[in-house]
Design a protein around this ligand. Structure first.
Ligand SMILES: *Cc1c(COP(=O)(O)O)cnc(C)c1O
Length: 434
């Protein structure tokens, strides 16, 4: 499979290069040159297939030409060491729980798949050692670090702002050891991101260190997210409600929903999508006006969606030939204020006994707001509520239990290297220690 850049200025590249490079030279996002439509025979037997088997078919549609079938199967099975169950919340509304992975958020799926695929390519090219740099404001670092943990030939450096991530988040990438090193930067998230960007532009450092990024725009992180949309469909079908499906996706950078739109192009029978935003409603404004006006992000309770210039917007435009009309026919939008998030978490817990996290709450609210008679709604529950323990406890007035997986991290010993935000110090440290 070849991948072209959404900016159309850089040449198309093969899968390996798209995965190793992440971003195209013209700063565009890579898109698969064709979106394979899965045959009727696949949909005919999908009800008898398990999550692994379904995901293997989806994965091989994209990566089958470039990865040996037995290896690809192993990567898929290894990635999906957990399920994505569908849970009924109210009449005709279901939660697709994507938080059963090691770091309790949906990003585990993409990060684990990408780590394994990159490991395979590195191995195949006979490269000795590749270094992944990732800047995090909290959640990405944990998913990437845990995804790459123990993957041969790859070392991960997680840069995070000292004192600016929660204790629960910090322990998920500072206690791992092995091929994961946490760098505690005396600065903000933007400083961490600037260090990573400067490092990638430093040719000499790149050659010495074989740097690569594990950014969420990487095709190997974004495409595997299509797996669980198929898994949601098959679970609905088994329940006898596999028609008129509406899928609502709490969205920040819009990678997750774009994977769903790709699943639809592959033939998945979803009638329409809803993009749930928090107060950062740039996409909703685009739907309403046809104008895309990026803005600085504002802080909200659903902080993983505090994005003012969603990078995957370029992919959505590309998917539908830049047609505002087509996009609005398939996707609708909604914006959820912090007050609405609180009210939704509280009401859903009190009335239905289902505990939402702040991101899932945006999804649930947006879905309830737009559902029509005869539709079956699914919202993606993108993280476990315990990841936002303080917020959720203040809303429901009860203690939220921390799942054993998260408790395990908290028992580990924190190991980190403290560095300033000065690039030359960071560079020197990398060369000496890496
Ligand atoms: C990253 C994240 C999102 C947003 O996903 P995008 O793919 O960036 O739209 C939503 N919820 C949670 C919990 C996240 O971590």
């Amino acid at each position: 499979m070849n991948y072209y850049s959404t900016n159309k200025q850089s040449p198309a590249v093969g899968t390996q290069e798209a995965v190793v490079k992440g971003l195209a030279g013209d700063k565009g996002l890579y898109m698969p040159e064709r979106i394979p439509v899965l045959p009727p025979s696949f949909f005919g037997k999908i009800s008898e297939m398990n999550f692994w088997e379904i995901s293997c078919e989806v994965a091989s549609a994209f990566f089958g030409e470039d990865v040996e079938p037995s290896v690809l199967k192993e990567i898929v099975y290894d990635t999906l060491s957990f399920d994505t169950p569908l849970v009924k919340v109210t009449e005709a509304v279901y939660s697709l729980e994507l938080f059963h992975g090691p770091t309790l958020a949906f990003k585990d799926v993409g990060a684990r798949f990408m780590a394994r695929l990159l490991g395979y390519f590195v191995n195949q090219q006979g490269l000795e050692h590749v270094n992944v740099l990732v800047a995090t404001s909290g959640d990405t670092g944990s998913a990437v670090a845990n995804g790459f943990l123990g993957v041969k030939g790859i070392h991960v450096y997680v840069l995070y702002p000292k004192g600016k991530v929660s204790a629960i988040q910090e322990c998920q990438f500072t206690t791992l050891g092995r091929n994961i090193t946490a760098l505690e930067i005396d600065g903000t998230f933007d400083d961490c991101q600037a260090l990573v960007k400067t490092a990638f532009m430093d040719k000499d450092l790149n050659e010495k260190m074989r740097l690569t990024s594990a950014n969420s725009i990487n095709v190997a992180r974004f495409l595997p997210q299509a797996f669980y949309y198929f898994n949601a469909y098959v679970q609905l079908r088994r329940l006898g409600v596999g028609e008129n499906i509406v899928v609502c996706v709490p969205s920040g950078n819009f990678g997750n929903i774009t994977a769903g739109l790709i699943a639809k192009k592959m033939g998945l029978p979803v009638k329409r999508f809803i993009a749930a935003n928090n107060r950062n409603d740039i996409f909703l404004q685009y739907l309403l006006t046809g104008l895309y006006n990026p803005k600085p992000s504002v802080q909200t309770l659903a902080n993983a969606m505090d994005v003012g210039d969603p990078s995957n917007f370029a992919r959505i435009l590309d998917l539908y030939g830049h047609s505002h009309q087509t996009i609005t026919e398939i996707v609708s939008g909604f914006a959820c204020s912090d007050e609405m998030i609180r009210e939704t978490v509280e009401t859903c817990y009190r009335e239905m006994g289902y505990l939402l996290d702040p991101h899932g709450a945006c999804g649930y609210r947006a879905l309830k707001n737009s559902m029509q008679a005869g539709e079956t709604g699914v919202f993606l529950e993108t993280a476990h509520p315990a990841k936002f323990k303080d917020t959720i406890e203040s809303i429901i007035g009860q203690t939220v239990e921390i799942p054993p997986k998260l408790q395990e991290f908290m028992k580990g010993k924190k190991q980190s290297i403290e560095l300033s935000k000065d690039f030359s110090e960071f560079r020197e440290w990398l060369i000496v220690s890496g």
